[in-house]
Design a protein around this ligand. Structure first.
Ligand SMILES: *Cc1c(COP(=O)(O)O)cnc(C)c1O
Length: 463
């Protein structure tokens, strides 16, 4: 063994203790470090050295050079994109995932698969899905949407008596994917799947809303001369608007389509009795995307996808090899997702669900919604700011009352970035800022501090 490896192996307990101390130090300072330090100096580094420095020095070097440049994205006032943190139990599960270093892709050794199946069962219950949904872990909502749409592609083939998985996408002819406000990852997925971004056909939305107009969708389905894919949105990123999933599913009585639901973070409305109606009908999806590294607050990277047609899924993703064994009635995960080998991704989710249960995760969701309402009310009360969209769940989409240009909004966000990180957007064609509450640490005091920082930044803007 290389001497540096041998030394690190000899000192492993002490080294891991040093890592633990560093972690605790970082997490202790999380709430007070600049949320994003836009001026932080980034190390440039040199070429790869032949001789390494060992773990102890590597840790010290990283802590000195890189750690100061890291954002507090795991902390309570990082509201950019839709960003979760890591609950204590999720963090523990994630550490152990690396220590155990399991590959749960096959049942050659069954414990990892069994743990993933149990976790998927818990998630099914959490989101009110029936037993006809089978699930699998993937790296994020983009891969979950991709997997769902890959199953949809095979379903289109089934309707036409062909198999794109075997024969290629050319056998499908023109494919139509209908959606009101699809997430950008849907276009990316269609590109990867060979269906093409142009397959996406925008459908009119309800007036002043991001939710699709079911009547317009019906017209689009009637105009299409064959089976389609419908991407329904359960929680849009700007205004957290929800398609009427039950109404959309009801159209299946008259039209032939695959219903994919993107509930990346909106699916968590199911946890709050006050908001569960927003995802009424989610169970009727043929495929469903839910992110876990957002509102479940497990570390990156983790999401699930559910579907009613694991048979079609296995047709797409099967990885037939003698050493992997036959597909069987319940295919191993290696036959169900884009990945082959991967980490035991379920473990952080298993830990946090076991540690805090349905009630603990409901409390996180409700506290985030309360934070969004606090900020929303503060925006409404501040003459310089105005809400661009109503606060439906956990996102506050707002803009400036006077001269709401992209430049002025960027200046506003930059001025507040040490205290709160937000991301810019275009909402109904006009520049706006989004603040998304999805971190388990965020409390009412944070929400008030966030509001003060944004209001002060607005007051400090040059006209
Ligand atoms: C975040 C998000 C995605 C993409 O998720 P990743 O985890 O970043 O791949 C897709 N759809 C919606 C609605 C999202 O909010």
């Amino acid at each position: 063994m290389h001497p540096q490896l041998a030394t690190d192996l000899d000192h492993l307990p002490d080294l891991l203790e040093a890592v633990r101390k560093r972690t605790v130090g970082f997490l202790d300072g999380l709430a007070e470090r600049p949320v994003v330090d836009l001026g932080a100096a980034l190390p440039v580094g040199g070429p790869l050295a032949g001789a390494g420095v060992g773990l102890e020095r590597t840790l010290e070097e990283f802590a000195a050079e890189w750690e100061p440049a890291l954002s507090a994205s795991a902390g309570p006032r990082y509201l950019g994109f839709v960003t979760g943190g890591a609950t204590p139990a999720a963090l523990a599960g994630d550490w152990l995932t690396s220590a155990y270093d399991q590959n749960p892709n096959s049942s050659a050794e069954p414990a990892g698969q069994q743990l993933e199946r149990q976790t998927l069962g818990w998630l099914r219950e959490l989101f009110g899905l029936g037993p006809q949904h089978s699930g699998a872990f993937v790296s994020g909502a983009t891969m979950s949407n991709t997997t769902g749409l890959a199953i949809a592609r095979e379903w289109l083939g089934e309707q036409l008596g062909v198999s794109p998985a075997d024969q290629g996408v050319g056998v499908l002819g023109r494919v139509r994917v209908l959606s009101g406000s699809p997430h950008s990852s849907v276009g990316k997925a269609l590109s990867m799947l060979g269906l093409g971004r142009d397959a996406l056909i925008p459908v009119d939305r309800l007036a002043g809303r991001e939710a699709v107009d079911p009547a317009a969708l019906e017209r689009a389905l009637a105009a299409a001369d064959g089976p389609c894919i419908v991407v329904a949105n359960a929680g849009t990123v700007n205004s957290v608007d929800f398609d009427d999933l039950r109404a959309l599913a009801a159209l299946k009585e008259r039209y032939s389509f695959w219903l994919h639901v993107d509930g990346a973070f909106g699916a968590f409305a199911a946890l709050s009795p006050e908001h569960a109606h927003l995802v009424d009908g989610m169970d009727l999806a043929d495929s469903l995307c839910i992110d876990l590294h957002k509102w479940l607050n497990v570390p990156y990277d983790s999401a699930v996808q559910f579907t009613r047609r694991p048979d079609l899924q296995a047709r797409v993703f099967q990885n037939a090899a003698a050493y992997l064994g036959p597909l069987g009635d319940v295919p191993d995960f290696v036959h169900l997702t884009p990945e082959n080998s991967r980490r035991l991704r379920a473990l952080p989710a298993w830990f946090t669900l076991r540690a805090y249960g349905r009630d603990g995760h409901r409390e996180i969701v409700e506290r985030c919604v309360a934070g969004a309402r606090t900020l929303g009310a503060a925006v409404e009360a501040e003459p310089r700011l105005r809400l661009a969209a109503p606060v439906r769940l956990n996102v506050v989409c707002f803009t400036l009352t006077e001269a709401p240009t992209a430049q002025r909004l960027a200046a506003l966000a930059a001025a507040a970035a040490g205290e709160v990180f937000t991301t810019p957007t275009l909402y109904q064609g006009a520049p706006a800022v989004r603040a998304a509450f999805s971190n388990w640490r965020t409390g009412e005091e944070d929400a008030e501090r966030i509001a003060r920082a944004l209001i002060a930044a607005a007051a400090g803007l040059a006209d």
